[in-house]
Design a protein around this ligand. Structure first.
Ligand code: SAH
Ligand code: MG
Length: 216
């Protein structure tokens, strides 16, 4: 049976601001618990307010590894003022731009998971370029343009250990509306076509692939 989060972790997840639905969250947790058994860190691209981070962090804690999460905290294109996914509460009134870092910190504090997460604040390709170690899991849930999704894949997938899991969120094989976008779907296809990954599962828009070869 796949691992499931305890009620207090689920409660913290459901209370957190963010974009991860429960069903996909449970699939994320199960994959994270499996990957954490490799004994390597788990990495997320796209922290936002820490909703999905809670699940990665709890799975990491159970296995005694760290969860890493990367975000510049200024929001994706579709989260900016005037766009469909904008939340006015995420705007820093002093700077006049989005800043999801304070809410993320509150989310982790409320969940009791601060000690298990390393927050990397910066642009995903820049962080990936200086990252040196192997990872047990890479969860791509950052920007939805082709530029960002491709850079996340190219930057982070090569750091996945053999047997590690690549998770991609917001994979929509059929275009739903103007906002959802299909860049994550194209990245998913590219990963499969590379021959380095084998599909493990699909839960709504979450795809789980295992690194089974080289040549990313
Ligand atoms: N995982 C979150 C949702 C992430 S939303 C949840 O469960 O709710 C996508 C996030 O990706 C945004 O916070 C945005 O700031 C971040 N992002 C987009 N492009 C990025 C980039 N190139 N580098 C770092 N973060 C990026
Ligand atoms: Mg997402």
């Amino acid at each position: 049976m796949s691992a499931a989060p305890k009620p207090e972790i689920l409660a913290a997840f459901e209370a957190a601001k963010g974009f991860m639905p429960l069903g996909e969250g449970l699939a994320l947790y199960a994959a994270a618990a499996e990957a954490a058994a490799l004994g390597l860190p788990l990495l997320e691209v796209g922290t936002y307010c820490g909703r999905s981070t809670i699940l990665l962090a709890d799975a990491a804690r159970q296995a005694g590894v760290s969860a890493l999460t990367v975000d510049h905290h200024r929001g994706s294109e579709e989260q900016q003022p005037g766009w469909d996914y904008h939340d006015p509460e995420t705007v820093d009134p002093v700077v006049g731009r989005m800043d999801t870092l304070p809410t993320f910190r509150r989310t982790l504090h409320a969940a009791g998971l601060e000690d298990h997460v390393i927050a990397l604040v910066g642009r995903s390709p820049q962080v990936a370029a200086v990252w040196g170690g192997p990872l047990g899991l890479v969860f791509i849930d950052g920007g939805h343009t082709d530029e960002h999704a491709t850079a996340d894949y190219e930057g982070w997938a090569p750091h996945l250990a053999e047997g590690g899991l690549l998770l991609i969120h917001d994979v929509f094989p059929v275009k739903i509306d103007e906002w959802t976008g299909q860049a994550p779907y194209r990245v998913y296809l590219r990963a499969l076509e590379s021959g380095a990954f084998t599909e493990v599962s699909a839960t709504e828009s979450l795809r789980v692939l295992r690194r089974t070869g080289t040549g990313i």
